[in-house]
Design a protein around this ligand. Sequence first.
Ligand code: NAD
Length: 256
Amino acid sequence: MASAARLVSRLALVTGGGSGIGRAVCQRFACEGASVVVADISEESANETLGSLPNDHRGQDHMAAVVDVSSKESVKKLLTSVQTCYFQPPSVCVNAAGITQDDFLLNMEEEDFDRVVQINLKGSFLLTQAVAQALVACGAPKGSIITVGSIVGKVGNIGQANYAASKAGVEGLTKTAAKELSRFGIRCNCVLPGFISTPMTEKVPDKVINKMMSLVPLGRMGQPAEVADVCAFLASDESRYITGESIQVTGGLFMG
Ligand code: NAD
């Protein structure tokens, strides 16, 4: 349901763009006029998203790219190829790449803790740093960096010590980045989804989903497009006085 064209002539880089929330963000941004770089560790999924993007605005030019956000080398390569292609860095970046590796704290393997933190938290750091460095270096007048956290980072969740820690971490990262980068015109914000229907939540047992739904005032899971709507707002000038903020998209699951 995109009717606005708030992102015309903006270049947007979306990690995790091959699936779920990241894919919906790519589609929404493209509808609003942005050129979109769909970045994902899965080339096939990134290309699938690319194939679904509308091209209705003048000068729009999308591309798919492979990246492992947990690797500094890979992130550096991505930024170089984007700048080679478009002769500018992305002025909008959405960190949506993320994974879960759930287990109870008493059983959790060290590697599962490390992997989740490396992708969800370190990956967001690497992208935020690389995009901000590129924007500052070319003297871009403004930028908007959006990181997909989770409500679980605020309140914890059984079986997700690694995931909750990584998502609490991205809020601290974002607030600090917002303070340091505002003088360069770069805003940094988080969206905190609750339970959204994507391949990630398909893994959650029905029993758990049903229990969570009984706690959601709006009485249903969210759709990826509903998170993308908030990302589009944060990417656009309509949110120009908002930075260092976290916006919950949870159907009212946790208030206060
Ligand atoms: P998803 O599994 O559908 O999509 C995640 C995407 O990230 C996939 O395309 C995957 O290939 C990509 N990815 C994984 N590791 C990567 C890496 N190292 N480098 C680059 N890309 C990588 O999941 P989703 O539900 O769309 O999740 C998107 C984001 O939203 C994640 O950060 C997730 O933690 C967050 N989130 C989701 C929910 C939910 O209910 N679905 C709730 C809160 C937060």
